[in-house]
Design a protein around this ligand. Structure first.
Ligand code: CAA
Length: 241
């Protein structure tokens, strides 16, 4: 029977590519979204997937969203924690709102969603949790104390939950994308973007599909001996140890 995947932030950017890839690989997919109704409708019709609206930064809203997915598609086998935002500013200009929003949406969210599915995965003896971190959680990035802290936190969470889950048939891994050609890059000033691309040995931005391919690999049943890992997909921009 087809396995069920829930991809947060699954209707745009990297998440949309993950939704499309997992659907093509035979999963029943639910894509979470927050505000962009038009993108959600397009995703649902183009990829024949369920879409579910909600705020990953809010625990109760995640309870409701996960219940809706499981009622329609069945128990979630694969959770992809992809939803994320940037609110870039140097720390000396950063507001508490910019800090809090990024921590809630990029870090608290993975507790809020994983907590909903972990008991069922443990009871069934199977699960895949894949958390989207970032190169900037590995190396730090000027203008991103909030984002780098959240994305580094994602890696710590991944390692701890992997240890808790290893004997229950559940793997928990992180993927750390580099700079990928999505809407998120629109916020980067153009002069800065040129500097960034100049520092990528492959010589270009990554493609969302290249991240999706990595997520799809970790989501496979036979990726069962990979857990607690952080897979870097960054065109050689940062070669993490
Ligand atoms: N790489 C190299 N240099 C950078 C840089 C970067 N990522 N970000 C900023 N700089 C440099 C600027 O070029 C500038 O240098 P000069 O003074 O030599 O011109 C200097 O830092 C100051 O920058 P600004 O003049 O832009 O200062 P500001 O206060 O107006 O803004 C900033 C600072 C918010 C950091 C802004 O430059 C910015 O948004 N930079 C991009 C930060 C970034 O890389 N964000 C990643 C977004 S994509 C993402 O997050 C996805 C992911 O996971 C990878």
């Amino acid at each position: 029977m087809a396995k069920v995947a829930f991809v947060t932030g699954g209707t745009r950017g990297i998440g949309l590519a993950v939704t499309a890839r997992l659907k093509a690989d035979g999963f029943k997919v639910a894509a979470g979204y927050h505000g962009d109704q038009a993108a959600a409708e397009k995703c649902a019709s183009e990829h024949a997937c369920m879409v579910v609206k909600g705020n990953v930064g809010d625990f109760a809203d995640c309870t409701r969203a996960v219940q809706a997915v499981e009622a329609e598609l069945g128990p979630i086998d694969v959770l992809v924690n992809n939803a994320g935002i940037t609110r870039d500013a140097m720390l000396h200009k950063m507001t508490p709102e910019q800090w809090n929003e990024v921590i809630m949406v990029n870090l608290a969210s993975i507790f809020n969603t994983s907590r909903q599915v972990i008991e069922g995965m443990r009871a069934r003896g199977y699960g895949r949790i894949i958390n989207i971190s970032s190169i900037n959680g590995q190396k730090g990035q000027m203008g991103q104390t909030n984002y780098s802290a959240a994305k580094a936190g994602v890696i710590g969470f991944t390692k701890a939950l992997a240890l808790e889950s290893a004997n229950k048939g559940i793997t928990v891994n992180a993927v750390a994308p580099g700079y990928i050609d999505t809407e998120m890059m629109a916020g980067v000033p153009s002069g800065v973007l040129e500097k960034i691309v100049g520092g990528i040995p492959v010589g270009r931005l990554g493609k969302a599909e290249e991240i999706a391919a990595c997520v799809a690999f970790l989501a496979r049943e036979d990726a069962s001996f990979i857990t607690g890992s952080t897979v870097t997909v960054n065109g050689g921009q940062y070669v993490a140890g």
